[in-house]
Design a protein around this ligand. Structure first.
Ligand SMILES: [Fe+2]
Ligand SMILES: [Fe+2]
Length: 261
């Protein structure tokens, strides 16, 4: 695959591979995660700054896009080729779907607080729920500005398929639920990056909006995954492997609706 490392940053030499950075809020390095999730590179902001000297996050995001050809190493299946044209042709419906996605992200975060293994993390999870509610409001504001009525959500076979495999039993359920949430956040992060790029010539306001959400969803991805690993590392790794296969299978299913996932 050809990874070059330097100053805590890894660059893929393979044009098919993704190089993706998540700037962790706690400014910590997470080498275990880097090992567990090639394709997602975690680094301290200052280290990245040093390594990339004078390259801003926005500028880097655009470079990153040209490096990865729609696909991230974390995931075992690319975003289907028909997804971007479908989204671009149905922006009002996609925005309504996005509003529901943020609403569900907020309620899901609150639901995670029921797990005994996460009692100690309740404030962190609350912070995510609040952030998701803020995202929900931002999308509602966009809907209002554009005269798009808030309406019914489309079902997502991908999200339903992931959630159907959450096992029973407190600890197993918490780990599976966290991994599902991490993958949903990760896919959102990936797709928002794509939208930020492809929307530029079509709808500059929306392109900027999607770019502004990338870091936050990436942080949610990282937080949920770290929480799952924190409960039981080998079990979380094993389940991630299972879920990445499931994600790939579900991504290949036809999905005619104009939805984000
Ligand atoms: Fe969000
Ligand atoms: Fe999120």
């Amino acid at each position: 695959m050809g990874w070059d490392s330097g100053a805590g940053v890894k660059f893929s030499q393979d044009s098919q591979a993704a190089v993706f950075f998540v700037f962790m809020k706690d400014q910590q390095f997470h080498p275990g995660i880097r090992a567990g999730l090639p394709g997602f590179i975690f680094g301290e902001r200052d280290i990245l700054k040093h390594a990339l000297s004078n390259i801003t996050f926005e500028k880097f995001a655009s470079i990153q896009f040209s490096v990865f050809s729609i696909g991230m190493l974390l995931f075992r299946e690319k975003v289907p080729a028909d997804w971007v044209p479908k989204v671009l042709a149905n922006l009002p419906a996609v925005l309504v779907d996005h509003a529901h996605l943020e609403r569900k992200a907020a309620t899901t975060a609150l639901n995670l607080e029921k797990y005994r293994d996460l009692y100690g993390r309740v404030e962190e999870i609350n912070a995510i729920a609040i952030e998701e509610l803020q995202h929900f409001q931002l999308v509602l504001d966009l809907l209002k500005k554009r005269g798009i009525p808030f309406g019914q959500p489309f079902p997502s076979p991908w999200i339903t398929g992931l959630m159907r495999s959450v096992r029973n039993g407190a600890r197993h359920q918490a780990i599976d639920h966290l991994i599902c949430c991490a993958l949903i956040e990760g896919r959102s992060c990936e797709k928002f990056q794509i939208l930020a790029e492809v929307l530029k010539p079509v709808d500059a306001e929306l392109a900027t909006f999607y770019a502004s959400l990338v870091e936050s969803e990436g942080n949610h991805y990282a937080t949920y995954w770290l929480m799952a690993r924190n409960i039981d590392e080998p079990e979380a790794d094993r389940r991630l492997d299972f879920y990445l296969d499931l994600d790939a299978q579900l991504m290949r299913l036809p999905n005619p609706h104009p939805i984000l996932h």
